[in-house]
Design a protein around this ligand. Structure first.
Ligand SMILES: Cc1cc2nc3c(=O)[nH]c(=O)nc-3n(C[C@H](O)[C@H](O)[C@H](O)COP(=O)(O)O)c2cc1C
Length: 289
């Protein structure tokens, strides 16, 4: 198994942390990686703010960050702030997920933490930045037993989802044929086609990318030497969360394809204007195959 595939496989969202701090040098590794790592849109200016003392952050963000305001208690937090430009949320998901995978490499546990409003976070944490807060990540060492997310909407098939959760001790994921279409919307891809194109392994691991409420809102269409990413508009989550999920899955594809096939470049926009895509799906971007 290639390195990035291994990191993606080993990553899990951690919600319970030991009260053991991460060594300063290791935290610095993550900060340096943020500054040097690949970006989806390099022109967008970003900042990383590391909160070394997590306890006060936890108190301040209770009620305003986390699912239904349920904040995750961790020894440290990373806050990402960004200039507001076309694609800046996707860019945050892309860059932040790369830091998360670097953390896996350093055997540090993490979890993305959702929130609604940048102003609330800036006020609560008294941040002076002129940029918008776009991402929060809990950082630390997890308890040995991981909590996994139950009872999410997995296409109306709760019992099947829960069974898979128990079997794998990992969160439910859709099958490749459910998320990759071939030539036209709705036609499940045959794994042989992915094998022939050298993409089978990339998609097998890409499915493991994290997403808000584990909704895995992505579907891909392989068509005319392009791979096109679409995201489902869900009433349960905000547009910002959908864009984060899109950026995260774009990073996953970028890393996996780079190590097995070629270095893909993601373009934002819709190359499939003629295609009949359901109205509840949005084309985010595409890359050449
Ligand atoms: C943008 C984003 C925001 C998230 N926010 C939260 C959160 O606030 N609380 C939480 O417990 N998990 C959060 N998660 C973690 C997801 O629930 C998790 O990725 C998903 O359930 C799949 O589980 P896994 O990451 O362990 O594979 C978030 C994930 C993403 C991508």
């Amino acid at each position: 198994m290639k390195n990035h595939a291994k990191l993606i496989k080993n990553r899990k969202s951690t919600r319970d942390y030991k009260s053991v701090p991460v060594a300063e040098e290791k935290l610095e590794v993550l900060i340096d990686f943020f500054h040097q790592g690949k970006r989806l849109i390099p022109e967008i200016e970003m900042e990383i703010i590391l909160f070394r003392e997590g306890a006060s952050v936890f108190e301040k963000l209770k009620g305003i960050a986390g699912y239904n305001g349920i904040m995750i208690e961790a020894p440290h937090y990373i806050v990402i702030a960004s200039e507001v430009k076309e694609g800046y949320i996707e860019n945050t998901g892309f860059v932040g997920e790369n830091v998360i995978l670097k953390a896996v490499d350093e055997e540090i546990d993490t979890c993305w933490i959702t929130f609604e409003d940048s102003h609330d976070i800036k006020n609560a944490l008294e941040l002076k930045t002129d940029k918008e807060v776009t991402g929060i990540i809990a950082v630390g060492y997890g308890m040995d037993k991981k909590k996994i997310l139950h009872g999410v909407d997995t296409g109306g098939n709760y019992s099947k989802a829960d069974m898979r959760v128990i079997e794998d001790n990992t969160s439910f994921r859709y099958a490749i044929e459910e998320i990759v279409y071939y030539k036209e919307w709705g036609t499940p891809i045959d794994n042989m086609v992915l094998e022939e194109r050298g993409l089978a392994e990339a998609f097998a691991f890409l499915r493991l990318a994290p997403s808000t409420q584990n909704l895995q809102p992505w579907k891909f269409v392989l068509k005319d030497s392009m791979i096109v990413l679409t995201i489902k508009d869900r009433k349960e989550i905000s547009l910002k969360e959908e864009k984060m999920d899109a950026g995260i899955v774009m990073l996953s594809f970028y890393l996996l394809a780079s190590e097995t096939l070629y270095e893909p470049h993601w373009y934002l926009g819709n190359p499939l204007e003629e295609e009949k895509i359901p109205t509840d799906y949005r084309v985010v971007g595409w890359c050449k195959l």
